[in-house]
Design a protein around this ligand. Structure first.
Ligand SMILES: C[S@@+](CC[C@H](N)C(=O)[O-])C[C@H]1O[C@@H](n2cnc3c(N)ncnc32)[C@H](O)[C@@H]1O
Length: 441
């Protein structure tokens, strides 16, 4: 029989789980809020901590609200749907401040956290697996935390509503046409994942169907019926992934409807987005983020700028109007192809894009301004050494991971003064937060 304990939540982990301390032992409890007392079932024990789940809440927090989403607890995607939004922002602010101090030794005030007025239905991209439940019924949904069990959903309150309509139509058509979902165990079946992107400004919609093989029975009828039933779709791409892997997208693609990309707009600049391009998932907060980066960079028309980790060129192209020239560097060839087309799409003449690992990019000119927007792992040593050698006058570091940001700021602080730290809540109800830090030499 599993042990049941009673305890009070006194803190949160970096990923939003409640922390309960009993006799010098720490128990992590998802969905338990600070101040709440609960009966907790211990699920498993590790060397330094236990993991439990709430059996019964004995004392409720005043900040607890009923999640809008029926599967919020089961799917595990949203850690904080049960906490009122104002408190979520306070929590993220405090967690960021504490992490910057603990890892980076940075004890500075955070100027502001920018939250959303309407923090629901904000995601412009969804990526879900198709499969079968225990009763062998066709389902789509999110993988349950640390498992490959699919938690089905009828609605997801952080996703654009268009996504849900298209997903349920795909499921209905698969059922009608006897198209099977891929089976991870024996490799049978057709459809593995569906990725949908909606351009919030232009309303264009792209559907990417990740399939075991580009050819499958009833393919043409299926695509035709999907277009007929969902006339909001502008383009459909088939992506072939025959491998036994957790990586979602394969290498081979075929456009079966429309142009194979969609166009969106951010702060007046048009962007072409294809299946594999990185594009921020929260359109309105992305505008807040880029606008903030622009202000914090204090740009002028003589600035020579490097847009490091540039994706499809979003930041550099928005900055291009205000600086002398922009170089952008990105590792994914398709994103650079899009960035180059985005230059033409917007008639920009002072931006240049290069496909390279930023660590191997040979820099032999002076940059006044570097905008650095790395993935979660932060800046690698090699590029960090280049920054410290090249000494750009201004650096704006945009980060989606406060822990690696803190580590990197500790190093940059040897040469740079931190002028401001701001947070933008791009991902309400989850524990993620985006930071914008402005530094000067
Ligand atoms: C957080 S995204 C930022 C993209 C872009 N700045 C934006 O706002 O849309 C990080 C980008 O870095 C790219 N990337 C990851 N590692 C890289 C590397 N070693 N060199 C260059 N680009 C890299 C990824 O492909 C991704 O497009």
């Amino acid at each position: 029989m599993k042990a049941i304990i009673e305890g009070k939540c006194v803190d949160y982990t970096h990923d939003g789980q409640g922390v309960v301390k009993i006799n010098n032992r720490v128990v992590f409890v998802p969905s338990l809020l600070i101040g709440e007392v609960a009966e907790i079932e211990i699920l498993y024990r590790k060397k330094d901590f236990d993991v439990g789940k709430i059996k019964k809440i004995i004392k409720f927090s005043e900040d607890r609200i009923t999640p809008k989403c029926q599967c919020a607890t089961a799917c595990g995607g949203c850690s904080f749907q049960n906490l009122n939004y104002k408190k979520q922002l306070e929590l993220k602010y405090n967690l960021a401040k504490e992490t910057l101090k603990r890892i980076g030794g940075i004890d500075l005030p955070i100027t502001k956290i920018y939250g959303m007025d309407e923090p629901y239905y904000y995601r412009n991209k969804i990526q879900v697996p198709f499969g079968y439940d225990k009763q062998k019924r066709l389902v789509y949904g999110f993988y349950k935390f640390k498992s490959h069990d699919i938690v089905p959903f009828k609605e997801c309150v952080i996703q654009d509503k268009v996504h849900i309509n298209i997903l349920s139509t795909i499921k209905k058509l698969m059922f009608d046409m006897n198209i099977k979902a891929y089976n991870e165990d024996d490799g049978s079946g057709v459809l593995r994942h569906c990725l949908i992107r909606v351009a919030k400004k232009t309303n264009q919609v792209m559907v990417v169907l990740v399939v075991k093989s580009l050819n499958f029975p009833s393919k043409n009828n299926f695509i035709k019926a999907l277009i007929n039933e969902c006339n909001e779709i502008n383009t459909i791409v088939l992506n072939e992934n025959p491998r036994k892997t957790n990586v979602i997208l394969g290498n081979k693609e075929k456009i079966v409807f429309g142009k194979g990309y969609i166009i969106d707009e951010l702060l007046g600049i048009k962007f072409k987005i294809s299946s594999k391009s990185f594009y921020q998932v929260n359109h309105s907060q992305c505008e807040v983020l880029y606008d903030l980066a622009l202000k914090e960079a204090n740009v002028n028309s003589n600035d020579v700028m490097l847009d490091a980790y540039c994706g499809i060129g979003s930041i550099g192209l928005i900055f291009s109007k205000f600086v002398k020239c922009v170089d952008g560097v990105e590792i994914i060839p398709k994103a650079i192809k899009d960035a180059k087309e985005n230059i033409k799409l917007n008639n920009i003449t002072n931006a240049h894009y290069f496909c390279s690992d930023i660590n191997n990019f040979v820099i032999n000119k002076h940059y006044d301004l570097m905008i650095i927007d790395p993935p979660r792992k932060g800046i690698d040593d090699k590029f960090m050494n280049s920054i410290l050698k090249l000494k750009p006058t201004k650096v704006v570091y945009i980060s989606c991971n406060v822990s690696t940001l803190a580590r990197d700021l500790k190093i940059l602080s040897k040469l740079y003064k931190i002028k401001s730290i701001n947070l933008v809540d791009m991902f309400p109800h989850t524990f993620h937060i985006e930071s914008v830090v402005s530094l000067s030499l």
